[in-house]
Design a binder for this molecule. Structure first.
Ligand code: GTP
Ligand code: MG
Length: 195
């Protein structure tokens, strides 16, 4: 798929009003360090559009990237960032919840899950929350390059079973290193943007 341009358009902090946008939005959610910002860069073919870090807790605001002038990719701060203070965690949680709950342009949430681990309690909560909002969820198993082929099928099954996700819910294996899954993700975005 052709990505012609991607620009950071809005940055939301804890007290910011939601942007008044008319374009469809796709949000990327998941635990801190799961690879949300890296996935976003891989999708738009830019090395460092979204800032990434080996240290969890890098993304601390809700960042809207306008892609091809047609959709927004929304990079969310990660949850479960252990070193953050309780107060900071609570205010980020509220910020993310408010965005997911109130934003009218949100078409789907991509829930990123590290393929090397079983989903956490927070992952299950986030998945259920997306479903409760009536939003389509797309599961993305990240860091696929770190697993052997034989482990991948087993982990896919574990992710689906732990979340209780039906067969109809897409589950895409992804790697920002090899770009595995990129075309599939972009295809899904293009389909959902049309609806
Ligand atoms: P927060 O902003 O803290 O919530 O993290 P994030 O989910 O945005 O993660 P980020 O993209 O910053 O990546 C975290 C770390 O994982 C970085 O060191 C990345 O290089 C690494 N990483 C991300 N995706 C992949 C991947 O597909 N494969 C491998 N091997 N490493 C990855
Ligand atoms: Mg990030």
């Amino acid at each position: 798929s052709q990505i012609k341009d991607a620009v950071l358009q809005f940055v939301l902090g804890v007290t910011s009003a939601l942007p008044e946008s008319v374009l469809p939005e796709f949000a990327f959610a998941g635990k801190s360090n799961v690879g949300k910002s890296s996935l976003l860069n891989a999708l738009v073919n830019r090395k460092a559009l979204a800032r990434t870090s080996a240290q969890p807790g890098k993304t601390q605001t809700i960042n809207f990237y306008r892609v091809n002038g047609a959709v927004y990719f929304v990079d969310l701060p990660g949850y479960g960032y252990a070193s953050a203070s309780e107060a900071v965690k609570a205010s980020w949680g509220k910020m993310i919840e408010r965005y997911l709950h109130e934003d009218k342009q949100l078409r789907a949430v991509f829930l990123l899950l590290d393929l090397r681990h079983a989903p956490s309690e927070n992952d299950v909560l986030m998945y259920n929350w997306i479903i409760d909002q009536g939003l389509p969820a797309v599961l993305v198993g990240t860091k696929a390059d770190k697993l052997k082929r034989s482990q991948l099928e087993k982990q896919k099954k574990l992710l689906r079973e732990t979340l209780g996700a039906p067969k109809e819910t897409p589950l895409i294996l992804f790697s920002s290193v090899t770009k595995q899954g990129r075309e599939e993700l972009l295809r899904l975005v293009a389909e959902m943007a049309k609806q």
